[in-house]
Design a protein around this ligand. Structure first.
Ligand code: AMP
Length: 540
């Protein structure tokens, strides 16, 4: 028997219309490329999005067209998210940190019609203009008075807005494509995840209920995580839906700029990858205090080190460790501790927060061995993490082979992460499968060693990589960054030795001034393996 309820298509623009009606006066604050601090409410944003939708239609944008963006976090980028999807086209976010050949490949593969870009990125695009499709048009995200000289024949964003008010938003199937984000191709060509209105609205609702501590009408949230990758972890949709105000940091993501912006805007909750928080924590130490109003941080994208979690918690900033991926819209887990876990002593809470949290509603998780058999959730058994759910990719854009490889017959998506899940449901990521170190047939988790090493006060950053070894297959090598006094190799190894079996310890330590980062702000182990692959280690 079928239920007797209406079925209305889920639509992304409804989120912003709801924010206009319920939280119309709540502000979006943007530290802009122009150098100013711009403010507009959700109601004003909705009207500008209506004007932008009219402008897009006038430019000839049709349903299904891919419209690319290359921009920092700011109100215009958010407006594009809503206007493009609102008229049934697809908002394709481009990551400016990608190498030029990948950027070209992605624009070509997606067959983008128009590229909206921040003035900052004009030189970048001019450099590769002659290798991009001749039909690609450009709009520069600025007012006419701030339009930089350019050879792109591009109008100013503010000039294409056509009036305000509302727009006669078309109604379409909720499975219509709305957004497109490519993974950075560290292991092959970049692969596109094609989000839908349905998956995006469900993800926003799921994020809203999972992150109530920071997504609510009393909160101001700072997405340091970029709109140009992984949908800024869903904040552009979840914040308006829950009435949280947004503070966009624009291009300046160094510790001092973030501290100043957070302090003056009284940001409650800040979201980003660990490298960003390393810089903010250094600034907090330098100034002798945290920004006013700061009480909550969401850390993901790479493992949050224990020392970082402790430092935030000790200054009264609650840490929520989250895990996810582009193909999951992207949130998979979150690490908030409900009662009775919230009442545990701090050290036990931190033991839990070092793990990657528990699944959010709508995400199913299992771990499997090499033959695809399910492993127990006992906190010890580790295998590849597989996921399923309404906000998980069912394939890759125009790349059926990659989709078939990643998704099994029962519809589970293989994440490529090696993990365990404990009996309370906490996920612990041990490594990316390709970053695990296999020594003498046994696995060594680079993340566990890195976490222990980072507790050493002289070590700011580190990475453990596999180096080929004649006898053992692979052995771990530690690459460490020490900005001040450099401890001896022996001291570092002795420091972590109590936590590991002897054969798990790195055989050698090399020191570096900095670690190479990928386009998504994670340590690039691929580059480190290339640089140090030939390192001759002392005998294991
Ligand atoms: P991306 O698609 O760029 O968001 O990258 C997703 C990958 O980042 C995941 O498959 C994990 O390998 C890694 N990742 C994300 N969050 C975490 C986390 N909290 N701890 C460890 N690894 C993470």
């Amino acid at each position: 028997m079928q239920g007797q309820m209406m079925t209305r298509p889920l639509s992304i623009i409804d989120i912003l219309t709801f924010a206009r009606d319920a939280f119309g006066g709540t502000e979006i604050v943007s530290a802009r490329v122009e150098g100013d601090i711009h403010r507009q409410t959700y109601a004003e944003t909705h009207a500008r999005v209506a004007g932008l939708a009219r402008g897009l239609v006038k430019l000839g944008v049709a349903p299904g067209d891919r419209i690319a963006t290359l921009a920092w976090n700011g109100h215009r980028h958010l407006e594009l998210y809503y206007a493009i999807s609102g008229i049934g086209a697809v908002c394709h976010t481009l990551n400016p940190r990608l190498p030029a050949d990948q950027m070209r490949y992605i624009i070509d593969h997606a067959e983008d019609e128009i590229l909206f870009l921040d003035p900052t990125f004009v030189p970048l695009i001019e450099n590769i203009r002659d290798q991009l499709p001749g039909s690609l048009r450009f709009v520069i995200m600025a007012g006419a008075d701030n339009l930089p000289e350019n050879s792109l024949n591009a109008p100013a964003y503010e000039d294409i807005l056509e009036g305000g008010g509302d727009f006669d938003w078309p109604e379409f199937d909720e499975n219509t494509a709305s957004g497109l984000c490519y993974t950075s191709g560290t292991t092959g060509v970049p692969k596109g995840t094609l989000y839908s209105h349905r998956s995006t609205v469900l993800h926003a609702m799921m994020a809203g209920v999972s992150f109530q501590n920071c997504l609510n009408p009393r909160s101001k949230v700072l997405p340091v995580v970029p709109l140009f990758h992984v949908n800024a972890w869903g904040l552009p949709h979840a914040a308006p839906l829950t009435g949280a105000g947004i503070v966009f940091p624009g291009p300046n993501l160094d510790g001092a700029s973030l501290w100043n912006l957070m302090d003056s805007e009284k940001v409650w909750s800040a979201w980003g990858v660990p490298t960003v928080w390393t810089n903010l924590l250094a600034e907090i130490r330098k100034r002798g205090g945290k920004p006013a109003g700061f009480g909550d941080v969401v850390i993901g994208g790479s493992a949050a080190p224990r020392g970082m979690i402790e430092e935030f918690e000790n200054m009264g900033v609650s840490v929520c460790h989250a895990w996810g991926m582009t193909e999951m819209s992207p949130i998979g887990t979150q690490g908030a501790l409900p009662p009775p876990l919230a009442d545990l002593p701090l050290s036990e809470r931190i033991d839990l927060k070092v793990k990657q949290g528990r699944r959010t509603f709508g995400v199913e998780m299992k771990i499997v061995d090499g033959d695809g058999n399910g492993l127990p959730h006992d906190g010890v058994s580790a295998g590849e993490l597989h996921v399923r759910g309404n906000c998980v990719a069912s394939g890759y854009f125009r790349n059926p082979e990659a989709g078939e490889k990643a998704i099994d017959a029962e519809g589970w998506f293989a994440t490529g992460d090696i993990a365990s899940i404990d009996d309370r449901g906490f996920l612990a990521i041990a490594d990316r499968a390709k970053d695990m170190i296999k020594s003498g047939g046994e696995w060594i988790s680079s993340l566990e060693i890195e976490d222990a090493v980072l507790a050493h006060p002289s070590i700011a950053q580190c990475a453990v990589i596999a180096v080929p070894h004649e006898k053992w297959g692979e052995r771990p090598l530690l690459v460490a960054v020490c900005p001040g006094d450099r401890p001896s190799k022996r001291e570092i190894i002795d420091f972590i030795a109590p936590k590991f079996a002897k054969w798990q310890l790195p055989d050698d330590v090399v020191f570096a001034d900095e670690l190479p980062l990928t386009a998504t702000g994670k340590v690039s182990k691929l580059t480190l393996r290339r640089v140090h692959g030939g390192h001759v280690q002392p005998d294991a």
